[in-house]
Design a protein around this ligand. Structure first.
Ligand SMILES: [Zn+2]
Length: 76
């Protein structure tokens, strides 16, 4: 089974790393994932945080340019 691709609902700079929020395609709830601590948040495959995920996951598709804008908005 191929995991779905989801787009980020929100990306913000956390204290230590990026925080990516997505609306889960499996359960419909909002899940948060780390996006690394680089200049821009990094997407990629994540295991879903559903209560009954059964190991399912998804690929987070991030628009790099948008991530940069969000970063600077949040820092101001
Ligand atoms: Zn879920």
């Amino acid at each position: 089974m191929t995991d779905q691709i989801v787009t980020a609902h929100a990306v913000r700079r956390g204290r230590e790393c990026w925080i990516i929020e997505i609306i889960c395609p499996h359960c419909g709830h909002c899940h948060q994932h780390g996006g690394g601590n680089g200049l821009v948040a990094r997407g990629g495959h994540r295991v879903a945080h559903c209560r009954n995920s059964h190991g399912r996951g998804y690929f987070i598709d991030l628009d790099g340019d948008k991530s940069v804008e969000v970063q600077y908005d949040d820092l101001c």
